[in-house]
Design a protein around this ligand. Structure first.
Ligand code: BES
Ligand code: MN
Ligand code: ZN
Length: 498
């Protein structure tokens, strides 16, 4: 597949499908008006009769119309122009692509909407391009007959008068970001019999351009040598040995280094604190943080963003067995701090403790971790919003701003010192649960905080947004690839203002 920007009159776009957006709160204008003229007023008549509503993600397919070079036209609602933002453009493009990629096609084109308030041409092209790409890929990785087809070409069409360089640059970024989000979604959707620490690490090696990204894989022996006792404790219950993938991209010369750490539990059964079948059902998604970090580092390197990035992916399986962690066990982390394990299902914070300490030892200047860490975060914020917690308000604000620019939703939770009391242990330095369900997202973050030293750090709990239980108009079910785009956005802002 190739995603490119094209500059030509809409009537001349030769494509299997031409997608065009319509607003809900105004008369058909811009690209729709141009097409309406070519179609002898058909679009206006359909609008009058409410066949074209303009409501967000509403679709009106028009098949085979003389007057256009495209075989078919698909009108997609963009909602109210006054409410528009990046995620609305991205979702509308995805909804359109989802509905038409159930068949093979050579070319899918989209007329870029003009004058979206608050967005530049470049923002619109990036959002639309990524959206179209996401709408081409479903969760059916192992279906014997494919249910969705990626077109051979995707065109973002702008008027001939538009600034070509800016839109071409945005199309290039959309192509790279779109593929990165595909990778994150694919890794989450892969069955856990195929994706486990060793195979995840192999995929990481394959995924990145090794000329630009140094990719080191620590095996069990090397993890022992690195004294990651908490990670090894979690890994003990499984026959599959753990890995730690370390990614280094040095595009920023002597500048500061951004550290990214992602939770990589390739399957979370809970361990001896076994989950119920229902709770365990989707737990192949518990490596979504690691997938997001890998995908983001790949995209950052392909975009040649002038920044230094260190990515750390702790990869384990959390299973019960004769070797598994027991309740009451005490683990010694890389820093020497000891953790009493009172629930083996609170495993994410154990592997992240060692991974964060490792990143700090590699001299990162600022840190972000992403983790499907707690059900409590979903109770607090619902399934579509990530929780953000950290130790430095300025850094948290920068991460929140990057998420907002990327059209992804995160909301900050407090880190008052009073929560520290809840994770004090009688036996060891700390314990791995707060002992109460209340404030569970925060007590998890409080444990992580003890392993980042003085480095500005922000933690994104993505337990909700990483996985979609049901499909919607604009999104497939399964892995969502969330926060890859936020990390790319953060890296580009970081490079501009280190
Ligand atoms: N991986 C889970 C969190 C999770 C839950 C992710 C639902 C996605 C959807 C995590 O390892 C976990 O089990 N957390 C426990 C912590 C508790 C035992 C303190 C939880 O949230 O119940
Ligand atoms: Mn767990
Ligand atoms: Zn987990």
């Amino acid at each position: 597949m190739e995603l490119t920007a094209q500059f030509l009159p809409l009537a001349e776009v030769q494509a299997d499908w031409l997608i065009v957006g319509a607003w809900e709160d105004e008369n058909l204008a811009g690209a729709v008006a141009v097409l309406n003229d070519k179609l002898d007023g058909l679009l206006y008549r359909l609008r009058e009769k409410k066949d074209i509503s303009g409501k967000a993600n509403d679709l009106t397919p028009l098949l085979g119309h003389a007057g256009l070079a495209a075989d078919r036209l698909l009108v997609v609602g963009l909602g109210k122009r006054t409410k528009a933002d990046r995620s609305i453009v991205q979702d509308a493009a995805a909804a359109a692509a989802r509905s038409i990629t159930v068949k093979k096609m050579a070319r899918m084109a989209l007329a870029l909407p003009e004058d979206v308030p608050g967005l530049t041409w470049s923002d619109v092209a990036l959002a639309a391009g990524v959206g179209l790409m996401q709408g081409c890929l479903g969760p059916g990785l192992r279906k014997s007959e494919a249910a969705r087809f990626i077109p051979e070409a995707i065109w973002l069409v702008a008027p001939p008068s538009a600034n070509r360089q800016i839109i071409q640059e945005a199309a290039r970024r959309a192509d790279i970001e779109g593929r990165a989000v595909w990778l994150a979604r694919e890794l989450v959707n892969l069955p856990p019999c195929d994706l486990y620490p060793e195979t995840f690490a192999a995929r990481a090696l394959e995924a990145v351009d090794r000329e630009r990204v140094q990719c080191t894989i620590l095996d069990e022996k090397q993890i022992e040598a690195e004294r990651m006792g908490a990670l090894l404790g979690v890994a003990k219950g499984s026959d599959r040995t753990p890995r730690v993938v370390v990614l280094r991209y040095n595009g920023g010369g002597n500048g500061r280094t951004l550290g990214l750490v992602g939770k990589g539990v390739t399957f979370d059964s809970g361990g001896l604190s076994l989950k119920t079948s229902e709770q365990m059902l989707d737990m192949k998604c518990d490596m979504a943080g690691a997938a997001a970090v890998l995908a983001a580092v790949k995209a950052i390197a392909e975009l040649e963003i002038p920044v230094n990035v260190l990515g750390v992916l702790p990869l384990v399986e959390n299973l019960p067995s004769g070797q598994a962690l027991k309740l009451g066990d005490v683990l010694t982390t890389r820093t020497g701090k000891t953790i009493e394990v009172l629930n083996t299902d609170a495993e994410g914070r154990l592997i992240l403790a060692d991974a964060l300490a490792y990143a700090v030892d590699q001299k990162v200047d600022d840190l972000v971790d992403l983790a499907t860490l707690t059900g409590a975060c979903m109770v607090a914020l619902g399934v579509e919003v990530a929780g953000l917690m950290g130790n430095d308000q300025k850094w948290c604000d920068r991460v929140l701003a990057a998420a907002q620019r990327a059209g992804e939703k995160a909301w900050q939770l407090p880190m008052f010192p009073l929560y520290d009391e809840l994770i004090k242990s009688e036996v060891a330095d700390i314990k791995n649960t707060g002992g109460t369900r209340y404030g569970g997202a925060i007590t998890a973050a409080k444990l992580l905080e003890q392993f980042v030293g003085n480095v500005p750090w922000a933690h994104l709990d993505i337990a909700g947004p990483a996985w979609a239980e049901h499909e919607s108009a604009s999104h497939d079910s399964g892995g969502t690839g969330c926060f890859v785009r936020t990390l790319v956005e953060l890296a580009s802002e970081y490079s501009a203002r280190p």
